[in-house]
Design a protein around this ligand. Structure first.
Ligand code: NDP
Length: 323
């Protein structure tokens, strides 16, 4: 037997249960891994509440790092004993042991420990594709990043600075503002009540070519008003709730804007893309250009407390659950 956090109904953190589950056998193409560390991500909240649908009962979690215990037929990319990590579906990260398609695993460089790996795979790959592909930032640009002191946010601040890009970070408290600044944000705005006016002041009226908005419902409209003509609205999350349907006419009225709603799954579904994204991510972490800030750890069995803290905006940087 092994242990996993599972839910039998959607709801608050209290629906998560620490249960015995049979140790799975790796099918052809799969690997069985023992988690040393598991990543906490906001998407775990969406699956728990039911904002994102899945069949019940289910485990949660889309990210982990650990050691390969066994492999199924036909697996040659990893072997027992390898140190590996992954991010993405299917759900099942909140477990001591799990099986997963072997081609979703990447072998970890020696320099990256399990806790760092579990913290950075999902949030770091997201930062990579957002900054390097969805809208490929260029040195000298000024960009807007919401939730700048969060997990994805602190990685984006550092990575953008490394690329010569000035980040205007949006956060909710002065303490988070300090943290975003310490991690490379050139400017920080506390709260989003006057965001377009603040962006106008900071950019001397030019506004920004791209907004990375993971907050969703509360900030969508003001984010659009921060864009320069032909700017790109990247709506990549719903921490405050999903964005209601959009009238496309608003994009023409506000200056021929672009809008996209990307997911990491699309950008890493091909093995070649996964390898490219992770090699860039490991590169910036190994050189120290991006430091992974694991600012909270919880026992995996106490994942409910981690969810409570995340939803209450009490966490900063990344959070790791230890089996
Ligand atoms: P964070 O650590 O960034 O935590 C969420 C942060 O959102 C909070 O700390 C808070 O920062 C801010 N926030 C604003 N409004 C609310 C609200 N009403 N309730 C709760 N939080 C709020 O989480 P992650 O780094 O895990 O994820 C960041 C976002 O990116 C999430 O929306 C997530 O879904 C999205 N995401 C999307 C991916 C994709 O591929 N599309 C992949 C990975 C993440 P503050 O207090 O400063 O406002």
């Amino acid at each position: 037997m092994t242990k996993a956090i599972r839910i039998h109904a959607n709801g608050g953190p209290e629906v998560m249960r620490w249960e015995d589950v049979p140790t799975p056998e790796p099918a052809p193409g799969e690997a069985l891994i023992r988690h040393a560390a598991v990543g906490l991500n906001y998407i775990d909240v969406y699956f728990r509440t039911g904002l994102y649908k899945t069949a019940l009962p289910t485990s949660l979690g889309m990210e982990g790092a650990g050691t390969v215990l066994a492999v199924g037929d036909g697996v040659t990319s990893v072997k027992p004993g390898d140190r590996v990590a992954y991010a993405g579906g299917p759900l099942g990260g909140y477990s001591t042991e799990r099986v997963i398609a072997a081609d979703r695993l990447v072998v970890l460089p020696d320099a990256i420990d399990f806790t760092t790996a579990a913290a950075m795979m999902l949030q770091g790959m997201t930062a990579q594709y957002l900054l390097r592909r969805t809208y490929r930032v260029k040195a000298g640009e000024t960009i807007l990043v919401h939730a700048a002191a969060g997990g994805v946010g602190l990685i984006m601040c550092q990575w953008a600075q490394h690329l010569g890009v000035s980040v205007i970070g949006v956060v909710s408290t002065p303490e988070k503002a300090e943290l975003a600044r310490a991690n490379g944000a050139a400017h920080v705005v506390v709260g989003h009540a006057d965001l377009p006016a603040e962006v106008k002041r900071i950019t001397g009226g030019a506004m920004v070519p791209v907004v990375y908005d993971s907050v969703g419902r509360d900030t969508f409209a003001s984010s659009l008003d921060c864009l320069a003509p032909l700017g790109m609205m990247v709506s990549f999350g719903n921490a405050s709730g999903p964005v209601p349907p959009v009238d496309l006419g608003i994009l023409s009225a506000k200056g021929s804007l672009y809008i996209t709603r990307p997911t990491m799954a699309t950008y890493t579904s091909k093995r070649a893309d996964l390898e490219h994204v992770t090699s860039e991510l490991f590169g910036v972490v190994e050189t120290g250009a991006v430091k992974i800030r694991v600012n909270q750890t919880f026992k995996l069995a106490e994942a409910a407390a981690a969810h409570t803290a995340l939803e209450a905006r009490k966490t900063t940087g990344s959070t790791v659950l230890i089996p």
